[in-house]
Each structure stands twice: as C-alpha cells, then as structure tokens.
Design a protein around this ligand. Structure first.
Ligand code: NAP
Length: 344
C-alpha cells in the first residue's frame, strides 16, 4: 500500500473545501483497504459543518480491522461546533490511522494521537508531512497567532511598477485575472488602501471565478473615499476603517474606528474574532510596505507581466526567495512564503 499516494489524495480532497473554511482548517480524509483501494472519501465542506472524518465515515457501518483511515490533519478530540472525531474513530473501530501533521491548536497539539494510541490504534504521523504542513499553513497561523492569514498580492510590470501615477493601469492578462478571482473566492476578506480605492475604484468582488465574494476592508482614515465608490456599493459585507460613521444605514456596510491611536495590525487581528481567517491585501504598495515592514504577512503573490511601463509607482521589493512559480500565458505568478514555526 502506498501511504504517500493515499495521503496526497487527502490533500486533493481538502483543497475542495478551501474558501469555505474561514478560521477552521481545510481537511481531507479517506478509508482504504490494505491493498490501497479507496472505499470512502470526505472533506471539510463548510465552516461549522461535519469534519472530514465524519464526512468520510458517515455511511460506513462495518470497518474491517484491515482498513486504514488517512487524514491530512490530526483528528480533533475536543467538543467544538461538532463532537470530537477521536470518539468517532473509536466508535467505528478503526485500527490503523495515518495523519500528515499534528494539529497546532494548543488544545490538541498531539494529544488526540496519543489518546488514540493508548486506546490501541496503530498511528502513523508525518506521512507527506512537509506538504501537509504547507497545506495547513493558514490554520497554523490562525491558531498560533490568533490572527487572520495575510496574503500580500499585486501585479507588476516587467520593470517593477504597479501602475502609472494617478491612473488605473491594467497589467495582468485574462488568465491571471481568473487566478486572482479564485484567490479572492478562497479568501475571507480583501483589503485595499485609500489611494487604491480612490484611483482604481475597484469592485473587489469575484467575477471571473466561482465562489462567494469576500468581505471588503477599505482604509479611509482621512475620510476621503466617496460613499458612491464601487468598493462600498452592492450588498457585499464591507468594513470601512476610519472615523466612526454613525450615519451609515446600509446593512452591508459597517464602520470600524481607525485613527493614529490604533495600529492597522491590531484592527486586522481583531477581525479574527469575527471569523476572518484570511485577508488578501490587494495594495497598494504603501499598505503592502507597512504590513511587510511590520512582519504582518504570511505569503506574497505577485503577477509579473511582460509589459514595460518605464515609470510609475514601484512595487515593494521583498528579499525572501521565491517559493513557487506558475506560468499564465505570458504572465507569471510567483509566491513567496514567510517562514513560520509550524507544528510537526
Ligand atoms: N498593480 C497592482 O496590483 C496594484 C494594486 C493596488 C494598487 N495599485 C496602484 O497603486 C496606487 C496606490 O498605491 P499607494 O501606495 O499610493 O496607496 P495605497 O497603499 O492604496 O493607500 C495608501 C494610503 O492608505 C492609507 N493608510 C491607512 N492606513 C495605512 C497603513 N497602516 N499603512 C499604509 N497606508 C495606510 C494612507 O492614507 P491616510 O494617511 O490618508 O490614511 C495611505 O496614504 C494606485 O495608483 C493603484 O492604481 C496597483
């Protein structure tokens, strides 16, 4: 039986829940026999819904002692929104459990695996552990730092500019636009700085991919953004960060007090309590630089265009090495990951 291959399949399953998980982890699970034939599969489909193990085992009544359960993350053993999965594993008489990585949540942190081992279950951990760690990065940041996972994202010209001064400059091609809208759909919130909201007048919604619109976060400390800006229109939940505005009546729009006395990072951290598990920060460079310098970021995603601008607003220049690259016709998407002390 190829444990690595089966675990990689749980990663594929887990990815199907991305964008619906909020502050909970994306998790995949499968049940296979000793020859590696998959009998059942499941994943964490939506925030507050059944866990991947429950989704996988719900209709299985008779687990054979020769069958193996694969889960991309250590099963929970606490009563949260749903009963503990460790109990389900015992009830279903699973004899062999394989996990990719330990849950970084301090309330679990390996205790569930120890509990199941003591109950006589053969446990193998760290199967495809490095990939599993990467896949659960957001959850590890959420549980360790109690703040949203922060992704800095921009498009830049071949000569390193994000646009011409004072005008909206289109740099990415249609393939990149689809990917960016997928990133939006996978994020709980999307943030823009004041100048970006004023110059680009963006809608900040999901149009070129399927999935829910993220919550919009618009910075307006100086009260410059007109109320008819596209980023404040429609029914998409929107937080306007600036002077407290008691005149706002639109149901989708709320104002959060933001002035020189409160750092932006504190406000973003507080949004974790409102189930914001990830924020895609779409610029501009002034906001990116602030978050980058304050080490308040986890990932950087850059769309590199072949267009030359010769002059304009420079993008920020991260010093960390590129982790991943993807070709998008004549554009290129590159990803940089901040080193984290993830659980093993
Ligand atoms: N190519 C791309 O991907 C891309 C993406 C986005 C934007 N852009 C372009 O970038 C330009 C705008 O970028 P920008 O750098 O000038 O402005 P920006 O980052 O959009 O906004 C900066 C402004 O946001 C406010 N702000 C509030 N809190 C802040 C904080 N903690 N840190 C930093 N700023 C904070 C400040 O105004 P107050 O002092 O008034 O509060 C600041 O001047 C536009 O031309 C736009 O077209 C390109």
């Amino acid at each position: 039986m190829n444990s690595q291959l089966l675990m990689r399949r749980t990663f594929d399953l887990a990815m199907r829940g991305r964008g619906f998980n909020k502050t909970n982890p994306i998790v995949g699970a499968l049940l296979a026999d000793q020859r590696g034939r998959v009998r059942s599969e499941g994943f964490y489909r939506r925030f507050g819904g059944p866990h991947a193990e429950v989704d996988c085992l719900a209709e299985i009544m008779d687990v054979s002692p020769m069958e193996h359960l694969y889960v991309s993350l250590e099963p929970c053993n606490i009563v949260a929104k749903t009963p503990p999965c460790s109990q389900l594993i015992l009830e279903k008489k699973i004899k062999h459990l394989h996990v990719a990585c330990v849950d970084s949540n301090p309330d679990i942190a390996g205790s569930s695996l120890r509990y199941l081992q003591q109950a006589g279950i053969e446990v193998e951990s760290n199967v495809e552990g490095k990939t599993g760690q990467g896949m659960h990065r957001q959850f590890f940041v959420n549980t360790t730092h109690k703040r949203p996972y922060i992704i800095l994202k921009w498009a830049e010209s071949k000569d390193g500019f994000v646009g011409r001064s004072g005008e909206r400059t289109k740099l990415s091609n249609w393939a990149s636009d689809i990917l960016v809208h997928r990133w939006r759909a996978e994020s709980d919130a999307i943030l823009v700085g004041t100048n970006t909201a004023l110059v680009d007048n963006p809608q900040l919604n999901v149009r070129h991919y399927f999935g829910a619109n993220p919550t919009r976060i618009v910075l307006d400390r100086s009260g410059l953004i007109p109320r008819d800006s596209r980023a404040l229109q429609g029914t998409q939940q929107t937080y306007l960060l600036g002077k407290e505005d008691t005149t706002i009546t639109a149901e989708h729009l709320s104002s959060i007090k933001y002035d020189d006395t409160t750092p932006l990072t504190s406000i973003l951290t507080s949004l974790y309590q409102k189930d914001v598990g990830s924020i895609l920060v779409e610029g501009g460079p002034t906001v990116h630089q602030y978050l980058y310098e304050n080490n308040y970021w986890d990932e950087i995603r850059i769309i590199r265009s072949p267009i030359l601008l010769d002059d304009g607003i420079p993008s920020i220049k991260p010093v960390q090495p590129i982790g991943e690259k993807l070709c998008l016709l004549n554009d290129e998407a590159v990803c940089i990951f901040r080193e984290t002390s993830a659980a093993t």
